[in-house]
Ligand binder design. Structure first.
Ligand SMILES: Cc1cc2nc3c(=O)[nH]c(=O)nc-3n(C[C@H](O)[C@H](O)[C@H](O)COP(=O)(O)OP(=O)(O)OC[C@H]3O[C@@H](n4cnc5c(N)ncnc54)[C@H](O)[C@@H]3O)c2cc1C
Length: 443
């Protein structure tokens, strides 16, 4: 195997490809399939042992709905997935799904392998070797060894801008006034008696999202009717108020008697980007899951025989860093429903900031059906690195716009264009950051 010098060591060049996708998560999987459709060779580096990132390792489902989806591939993948996993369903239109976090990863791995793509697991991207603002090699730590991988184009779909950080792309680490959006550690309760839970909720005049006919489609949220139960458990020292400040649980498609919880939401007191802050949130999140699950089991009928079936192996990070790219999508753009000559995808989710603060004007100003703003190609690239593009929640936008653009359906539409842009860059011999994004204008 060819070797190169890295940090005074000789390390093997493990592989070469057209498109190196760093992070096999929500966006990375779609980038890979899109580039494979364009007949490009693709390698994914994934530090976990499962594709899907936040949507699988983080147990984050369903897709929030969009009324303005644009991708052809993303729509086709959704249709195919519903055949693969028949218990799953659309969540309001062909671009949003209520899916099963377990077989979602398998579906994608099968698709990527069938299309000739390659995935390295336990493969943590670390660094790049650059020449004249162009990445020559990516350096990764795979199965306890350093390797180099050579690609024509590099895609940072890590959600944490791991490639951008070392490729001279400026990064905004600061959130808003030093505060980031709240993290959650998602988990699943198994062996829930959903019919009994529905009967109980009816008996207390629960006013949450309504009680469905089909108990396997339940959504259980914080509601005033539950407050006496919280208060009793707080008095009994089973939970603390923060454990029940935000509650959202719903049935998991294809997993009878399992409910996934989009909580606990962690009190926002540390910097998620610091080693100490991250570890604090993981550890505190697990404690909150323990307390909240004990509350459910002991205080809420329907959960008496339930147990914690799974805790996400990835902290649910809504926002941590964003690149400062060639264009930063601003709150004004959100308010003005901005369109761009190089608008490559449409977004319509509201500014869903999870943060201990008052709602702002943008948060309250939700779009009506059919309204949208566009995501310009320039928000994915930087003049500082020629053959690099960003897909995922760390694209170049303001703190508040991130809280809108980060929903899975929108990121997937963006990812589809990124696969095509990589192919275009290679075929036309034009750097990713010199492409005129008009070519990919969304319709
Ligand atoms: C708690 C929570 C609830 C949410 N709820 C919803 C919801 O209900 N509906 C919705 O549509 N959206 C929701 N979102 C938003 C949405 O899920 C995320 O914004 C989106 O999934 C992020 O996708 P991504 O592609 O940016 O990153 P990810 O899906 O997180 O993928 C990043 C991947 O990169 C990998 N990686 C990272 N670093 C490295 C490295 N150094 N080397 C190799 N691999 C690496 C990771 O392991 C991961 O697989 C929620 C988010 C959170 C956190």
């Amino acid at each position: 195997m060819k070797t190169i010098q890295y940090n005074q060591k000789s390390i093997p060049v493990l592989d070469e490809c057209d498109v190196l996708v760093v992070g096999g998560g929500t966006s990375g999987m779609v980038v890979a399939l899109s580039a494979l459709e364009e007949n490009k060779s693709v390698i994914i580096l994934e530090k976990g042992i499962l594709l899907g990132g936040t949507s699988t390792r983080g147990l984050v489902h369903p897709f929030m709905r969009t009324h303005v989806g644009t991708g052809k591939l993303t729509k086709k993948l959704n249709e195919e997935y519903l055949k693969y996993s028949p218990y799953c369903r659309y969540n309001g239109g062909p671009y949003a799904l209520s899916f099963n976090c377990d077989d979602w990863a398998d579906f994608y791995e099968e698709k990527i392998k069938a299309a000739g793509g390659k995935v390295y697991y336990d493969a943590t991207f670390l660094d790049v070797i650059m020449e004249n603002n162009t990445i020559k090699y990516a350096i990764a730590y795979i199965r306890n060894e350093f390797y180099a991988i050579k690609a024509k184009t590099y895609v940072d779909t890590s959600a944490e801008a791991v490639v951008c950080r070392v490729a001279n792309v400026p990064i905004d680490f600061n959130g808003e006034n030093g505060m980031h959006q709240s993290c959650s550690l998602r988990f699943e309760m198994a062996n829930v008696n959903a019919s009994r839970l529905c009967d109980f909720l009816r008996s207390i005049n629960y006013g949450g999202f309504g009680i469905p006919e089909d108990p396997n489609r339940i959504e259980f949220v914080r509601d005033n009717s539950l407050i006496p139960y919280f208060e009793k458990a707080i008095n009994d020292k089973v939970i603390v108020p923060a454990d029940v400040k935000y509650i959202q649980g719903f049935s998991s498609p294809g997993k009878p008697n399992v409910m996934g919880f989009n909580c606990p939401e962690l009190p926002n007191i540390k910097d998620i980007n610091s080693p100490e802050g991250f570890s604090y949130y993981v550890s505190e999140g697990r404690q909150m899951v323990r307390r909240f699950s004990r509350f459910l089991i002991n205080y809420i009928p329907g959960f008496e025989n339930a147990y914690v079936g799974k805790i996400a192996d990835m902290l649910g990070i809504r926002e941590s860093v964003r690149i400062v790219g060639d264009y930063i999508i601003s709150e004004e753009d959100y308010k003005n429903r901005a369109t761009f000559e190089d608008g490559i995808a449409k977004a319509d989710w509201y500014v869903d900031v999870h943060k201990d603060a008052e709602n702002t004007e943008e948060e309250l100003q939700k779009y009506t059906i059919g309204e949208y703003y566009e995501v310009p190609y320039r928000s994915l690239i930087s003049k500082h690195c020629n053959n690099l593009i960003v897909g995922g929640r760390h694209l170049s936008c303001s703190f508040r716009v991130e809280a809108s653009v980060r929903i899975q359906a929108t990121l997937r539409d963006i990812a589809e264009v990124i696969g095509k842009a990589c192919a275009y860059s290679i075929d036309k011999n034009v750097d990713l950051n010199k492409i005129d994004g008009k070519i990919f204008k969304c319709k």
